[in-house]
Each structure stands twice: as structure tokens, then as C-alpha cells.
Ligand binder design. Structure first.
Ligand code: HEM
Length: 437
């Protein structure tokens, strides 16, 4: 689909072939707005730092983050945080056994707590924030990020409309809200020396700032630190929570799949599922893949903007064209998927299709050099949480509700939330032969 607005074209790519062209073949000619170095319009590039998306600065920041923050080693070092938060979740669900709980909200708190603890070494309360306040700040930032501005459509004059319509003020407010929070946390970190092995992400980023990174022409500044923290929060909290809510909603609607995946998990005969058990849960992995196919949390990926002329299918793409890849539509296209609207995890049983950016019909994490660097962090948490929710509890619908009443509508915005929160009743499952192996 090709739309023309002012001087700028917008392209929405809705086929796997075109997605491959954009994300792989033309990767160098299409770039998203600077993200890992301070997501797009909320970014620090309004504030004295120039992150050209394909410039050396951006490339270095992303490289450092991928090596230091998102590596398997670094994810493993926070295993104790995930374990403790999982215990906490299971306990609070057991306390609510037999009464409806707002699972969407609980998933959000879980992801936010894990992210907050790995990034800042603190829980909500210790940061002087409560859950709702933090959720509001993050949601306002994600909303701003997901909304179109007039400057997007009319690059030279749009800013006037944005100022008059209040969009600019919203962006500034969001920027300052998060900035104030990061300043406070960074100041606290600067006043202490962390115990060896107990460093959090802020400690790591501050040590990168102090070290002369391998490229003398590149300085990892305080703004880089804040920009990376911003990206981790905006990109990591909502997406994980949304993935878990959709997976549980699909399971609540599909009793057959729910039973099958529960049997698989409970066959391990463990009181609590750990990260070491996950490789045995092949059907659980298919359930998550199927849920990501139908409900990719970032349905249009991050927008790309072309930097040079190139040809895509039959279209001539000029510089400054906004390109969006509709992975939601690709995931439901009958050309690639049989009975695409059906929730049928078995479709992956004899298939090599994965979500890591090599199969363009399934792109929940994007692909190419802007693909999600947090994929390992995300999947570790999503698989562990889903396995424990299914192991420790049976799930019923609240009184009077039928499976067909579960609202499967998506809200609008950068992340595809469920339109209404998922409310289910956990019933504690007492396995007669629970043996800790
Ligand atoms: C199930 C959970 C998640 C999903 C579905 C997801 C999906 C995505 C997608 C689709 C993108 C854009 C990729 C593109 O446009 O090609 C992205 C970017 C990003 N994600 Fe994730 N993500 C998840 C979790 C996380 C987590 C836990 C973190 C960090 C701890 C994270 C960090 C990032 C960052 C920093 C970017 C921006 C990368 C860049 O622009 O260079 N994500 N994610």
C-alpha cells in the first residue's frame, strides 16, 4: 500500500517477500529512526546528542548494548531476579485462588519489576514510585511514540502543527518525566560502590561511560546511558506483558490446547518450573509461537525511513519515505498460513519456522540490524512465566462468562494490547505426586 502525504510517502508493507526486501536486502537504504540510542521522537537527539541512525554513534551504542547488556551471559546473571519474582507471582496468585484476578495487570507488574530490578537493582517501592505511577509514565511515553505527528507527514512545516496541537508539549512532558526519574537513579548509583557480581544495568552503563571504549572517536556519554535505559523500559516491559496476556487469553478460549500444554508441563512433576526445564517443553514453545503469530506485540515494527532511492516491488522509493512493516497482517495471511485465524500451535510441529528474524512470515521481533536485541531476555521470561502459570494453577472464567465472551480485540498504539484487561480465576493445582527433581 502506498500513500502520499505532503512531501513524504508512507509505505505499509504487508507481504513476507516485501518485508524481506525492506529488512534484509534494502536494510542499508532503509533505517528506522534512531531507537536504541533513545527512541525516536522522545529522544536525546533533541537534547544535544546527534544519533544519526546509521551513523557511527548509533552503531557503537547498539554494539555495546548487544555485547554487554543483551548477551546470554548477562541475561543468565539476572536469573536470581526472575526466580524471586516468579515465587512472588505464584504466592500472590495462590492467595487469590478461586477469585478473579486481573492477569493483564499482574503480567505488567511482573515484567516491570523484573526490568526495574535488573536495570536499577530496586523494586518499585524502593524507587519512590508505585506501580500505577510507573505504568502511567511508561504508557504515556509509549503512546507518544506510537502516535503520528504532523512532522512525520510534513517534514518541514509539520512542527508548527505539532506545537499548536499540543503534541510537542506531550512529547516534552514525557521526556522530562522519564529524564527526572533516570537522573535520580543515576545519582544514587554514583554515590555507591556495587558489590562485585551484584552490579545492575545502571552500574554497567556507568562503567562503560568511565572506560575509554575501544573507539577513541566515540564517547559513551551520560545521555547514551539514559537513552539506553529509556529503550529498555519502553521496549521491554509492555511487550513481554502483552505477549503473556494474549497467550493466556488464547489458552482460556481453547480448552483443548490448554489441557495439552498443561499436561506437558505437569508431566515434569515439579513444584516450580525453572529455566533449566524449559528445553523439555516443546509444545509450550509452539503455543507461544502461535500466540506471537496472531498477536505480535509490535504489529507495525518500528518505522523505517529510507535514506536513498531504491526499488521495492514495482514502486520507486524516494529518500525520506516512511516504511512500516505490517507483521500482524503477514502473520494472518492465508498465502503463508493454513486457516490463519485458528489458534493451532501444532502447525509448528513439523516446521522450521522460527521468530528470530530469518523467516519473514513470522516477525514478532522484527529482523535485520534494527531487530529486537532483547529477544533472549524476553523469551526466557515469557516461557518461564507461562510454564509456571500453567503448572501451578487451573484457570477458569469468571462467573457467568463463556469462552466466546473473552474480548480478543486489540487496542491501538505502538504495542497491541488487549482492548480490555484479561480477568481469569486461578485455582491452585495440587499435584498428587509433586516431586522436586
Ligand atoms: C516478547 C517481548 C518482546 C517483543 C515481542 C519485542 C519486539 C520488538 C520489536 C518488533 C522491535 C522492533 C524491531 C524492528 O523494527 O525490526 C523491538 C525493538 C527493540 N527491543 Fe524488543 N521486544 C520484546 C522484548 C524486549 C526486551 C525484554 C527488551 C530489553 C530488555 C527489548 C529491547 C528492545 C530494544 C532496545 C529495541 C530497539 C532496537 C533498535 O532500534 O535498534 N525488547 N522489539
Amino acid at each position: 500500500m502506498l500513500l502520499r502525504f505532503g512531501r513524504l510517502q508512507t509505505i505499509v508493507v504487508s507481504s513476507a517477500e516485501a518485508a524481506k526486501e525492506v529488512l534484509k536486502v534494502h536494510d542499508l537504504e532503509c533505517c528506522s529512526r534512531p531507537s536504541l540510542a533513545g527512541l525516536a521522537r522522545l529522544s536525546y537527539n533533541n537534547h544535544d546528542i546527534s544519533f544519526s541512525p546509521y551513523g557511527e554513534h548509533w552503531r557503537q551504542v547498539r554494539k555495546i548494548c548487544v555485547l554487554k547488556l543483551f548477551s546470554i551471559k548477562s541475561v543468565e546473571s539476572f536469573k536470581f531476579v526472575r526466580d524471586e519474582e516468579m515465587d512472588f507471582l505464584i504466592c500472590s496468585l495462590k492467595e487469590s485462588s478461586d477469585s478473579p484476578v486481573n492477569l493483564s495487570e499482574m503480567m505488567y507488574s511482573l515484567m516491570a519489576s523484573v526490568t526495574l530490578r535488573t536495570a536499577f537493582g530496586k523494586r518499585f517501592k524502593e524507587c519512590g514510585l508505585d506501580n500505577d505511577e510507573f505504568e502511567d509514565i511508561i504508557h504515556r511515553a509509549v503512546d507518544v511514540l506510537g502516535s503520528f505527528t504532523a512532522s512525520d507527514l510534513f517534514p518541514y512545516v509539520g512542527w508548527i502543527i505539532d506545537r499548536l496541537s499540543g503534541v510537542h508539549a506531550r512529547i516534552e512532558r514525557s521526556f522530562h518525566e522519564l529524564d527526572e526519574f533516570y537522573n535520580q537513579v543515576i545519582d544514587e548509583h554514583l554515590k555507591r560502590t556495587p558489590e562485585e557480581g551484584k552490579e545492575d544495568i545502571v552500574d554497567w552503563l556507568l562503567s562503560i561511560e568511565r572506560s575509554e571504549y575501544e573507539h577513541a572517536d566515540f564517547q559513551f556519554t551520560r545521555d547514551c546511558t539514559k537513552a539506553v535505559l529509556r529503550d529498555i523500559f519502553l521496549a521491554g516491559v509492555d511487550t513481554g506483558a502483552v505477549t503473556l496476556s494474549w497467550a493466556m487469553a488464547e489458552l482460556a478460549k481453547n480448552f483443548r490446547v490448554m489441557k495439552k500444554v498443561q499436561n506437558e508441563v505437569r508431566d515434569l512433576k515439579k513444584e516450580k518450573i525453572t529455566e533449566n526445564d524449559i528445553h523439555q517443553l516443546q509444545y509450550l514453545k509452539m503455543v507461544i509461537k502461535e500466540s506471537l503469530r496472531l498477536h505480535p506485540p509490535v504489529p507495525l515494527l518500528l518505522p523505517r525511513e529510507s535514506i536513498s532511492h531504491f526499488k521495492l516491488a514495482n514502486y520507486e522509493i524516494s529518500p525520506k519515505t516512511l516504511i512500516q512493516v505490517n507483521v500482524w497482517a503477514i502473520g494472518r495471511d492465508p498465502k503463508y498460513w493454513q486457516n490463519p485465524e485458528e489458534f493451532f500451535p501444532e502447525r509448528f510441529s513439523d516446521s522450521s519456522i522460527d521468530y528470530k528474524g530469518q523467516h519473514f512470515e513470522l516477525l514478532p521481533f522484527g529482523a535485520g540490524r534494527r531487530g529486537c536485541p532483547g529477544i533472549y531476555t524476553a523469551m526466557t521470561m515469557v516461557e518461564l512465566t507461562l510454564a509456571n502459570l500453567l503448572n501451578c494453577f487451573d484457570w477458569k472464567l469468571p462467573n457467568g462468562m463463556r469462552e466466546s465472551d473473552i474480548d480478543m480485540e486489540e487496542g491501538s498504539g505502538l504495542t497491541a494490547h488487549k482492548n480490555s484487561a484479561l480477568k481469569l480465576v486461578p485455582v491452585t493445582y495440587h499435584c498428587p505426586s509433586n516431586i522436586e527433581i
